[in-house]
Design a protein around this ligand. Structure first.
Ligand code: NAP
Length: 487
């Protein structure tokens, strides 16, 4: 990658960070720019040995890190937050180069990623215990909350910075140490964050990053008994498989898995707000977000007007190189992602759907671009309504009454995010409560913030990230039941 991309070229790292040392390996893999196909870096290909060394380092660092005061750990997290913001432009450019999202979105993600460090630096000082009235004379029952220990985290490519800090910030804040395996598609953001963490004073071994052979690293992180907590964000099949391995050593597990978000527009909705919400939810990150609208359920009375208004916006979307500045959307992550969108489009059309609008592609021909598209008259059994499309394809399904919308919305094993657009307060409350989802956006297409709990139900996983509840996954409760001798 050209040094001109970054103000501080030293943020472009290509080795693993283990025990405070940057470790190379015999083999390397290419990190490619999905907009151009250019090789950005050759990153050290690590496997089981490096993962074991990283667990060694995290175990060795645990006693001293967990014995610091919460305020001392918070000061380091705060410095890390500030350094991320000081270097935000470099981090955003690196992210756009390896992941594809437009620079404006990458800047937004960098700020969002930093926000978890500030938030959990504050929360670290409030990990309170409880004193319970004794159950018998002379009994003292005290509950304290302690760090779970060494944490292993595996993260995806669609948010290459925020998915990391959302786990690492609460873990470090309460005194855990971490071994992270980022996606091999986007390791550069993770390594740059680690570089800034070290600069902020995160001690050697407290935060380790190993990338390369995912199954080999995964075997160690799910199997090593010293790892006491496993936190995964990614697809449902991989999450299920890795969580099952964790049970052999009974690790604490958090899973942030795939979604299949319904976006329900009722007849009484404000059309402009619903269209703005649809664009934000469906087309952000080119449709590659776990919470992105996957199925538009639109009531009969508003269906044609909503479709026409959304079509006007979709027709204007332009996919191009995110670094070029004029693109509303970047490329998809790779050729398989483009092929999946195409498969979903063809399947929907074969089942009777019509293409109402399509955007433009202006990016390089080597890039993995998909045109934004809006389909109407989609059959509920279409692939695009049953699986995560993970691309810029919006499909509208017609419904008649409230109960039907709820039934269609809940008819999926996933349960991450759902959206409702309505002006009727009673309906908003009824439907929000009836939806089997971890998060509901009501008259908004944007729900993510560091101050609110993020997570799913059903096969979208369990555990919550962000908010004051985000601490809970990284602490264990201990009861100290004391018998006080009489005077
Ligand atoms: P993925 O294929 O499941 O990969 C996620 C992570 O798991 C990557 O780091 C990947 O490594 C690793 N991995 C894959 N196979 C592995 C194995 N056998 N052993 C150990 N690690 C393994 O998912 P993705 O395509 O990166 O991400 C998209 C998915 O993530 C979507 O389903 C999306 O909905 C979900 N997601 C959920 C949330 C949430 O908060 N609920 C947030 C973002 C994304 P490599 O990439 O190196 O192979």
């Amino acid at each position: 990658m050209s040094d001109a991309l970054l103000r501080r070229p030293e943020l472009l790292r290509s080795e693993a960070l283990i025990g405070g040392r940057w470790e190379d390996s015999g083999a390397r893999y290419d990190v490619l720019n999905p907009a151009t196909g250019a090789c950005l870096a050759e990153v050290a290909m690590h496997g089981a040995d490096a993962a074991t060394h990283a667990v060694d380092a995290a175990s060795a660092a645990l006693p001293s890190w967990s014995s610091l005061s919460a305020g001392e750990r918070a000061a380091i997290l705060r410095r890390w937050h500030d350094l991320i913001l000081d270097n935000a432009e470099d981090l955003a450019r690196l992210m756009t180069a390896e992941q594809g999202k437009p620079l404006a979105e990458a800047r937004g993600e960098v700020a969002y990623a930093a926000s978890f460090l500030a938030w959990f630096a504050e929360e670290a000082r409030r990990v309170y215990g409880t004193v319970i009235p004794g159950n018998a004379p002379g009994r003292r029952l005290t509950v304290i909350r302690q760090p779970v220990g060494v944490v292993a985290a595996i993260t995806p490519w669609n948010f290459p910075a925020a998915m990391i800090t959302r786990k690492v910030a609460p873990a470090l804040a309460v005194g855990c140490t971490v071994v992270l395996k980022p996606s091999e598609l986007t390791p550069l953001s993770a390594l740059a964050l680690a570089c800034l963490g070290a600069e902020a004073g995160v001690p050697a071994g407290v935060f380790n990053v190993v990338s390369g052979d995912a199954p080999a690293i995964g075997e160690v992180l799910t199997g090593d008994p010293r790892v006491r907590k496993f936190s995964f964000t990614g697809s449902t099949p991989v999450g299920k498989m890795l969580a099952a391995k964790c049970m052999a050593t009974v690790k604490r597990v958090s899973l942030e898995l795939g979604g299949n978000a319904p976006f329900i527009v009722f007849d009484d909705a404000d059309i402009d707000a619903a269209v703005a919400g649809a664009i934000a939810s469906k087309f952000r990150n080119s449709g590659q977000t776990c919470v992105c609208a996957n199925r538009f359920l639109v009531q009969d009375g508003i269906y044609d007007r909503f479709a026409a208004a959304l079509a006007r916006k979709v027709g204007l979307l332009n996919a191009g190189d995110g670094l070029a500045g004029s693109a509303d959307q970047g490329p998809l992550i790779n050729a398989e992602a483009v092929a999946k969108v195409e498969r979903h489009r063809v399947d929907a059309v074969e089942r009777g759907a019509r293409i109402l609008a399509q955007g433009q592609v202006s990016g390089p021909s080597q890039g993995h671009f998909a045109r934004a598209a809006l389909l109407v008259d989609v059959a509920p059994e279409s692939l695009l309504a049953r699986e995560e499309t993970f691309g810029p394809l919006a499909g509208l399904i017609r419904f008649d009454h409230e109960e039907e919308a709820i039934r269609l919305a809940n008819d999926t094993p996933a349960g991450l995010a759902a959206y409702i657009f309505t002006a009727d307060h009673g309906r908003a409350t009824r439907v929000s409560e009836a939806l089997e989802y971890g998060m509901v956006g009501l008259n908004t297409g944007l729900i993510s913030t560091e101050v609110a709990p993020f997570g799913g139900v059903k096969e979208s996983g369990f555990g919550r990230e962000g908010s004051r509840f985000g601490i809970d996954d990284y602490v264990s409760m201990k009861l100290i039941a004391a018998e006080i001798a009489p005077a």
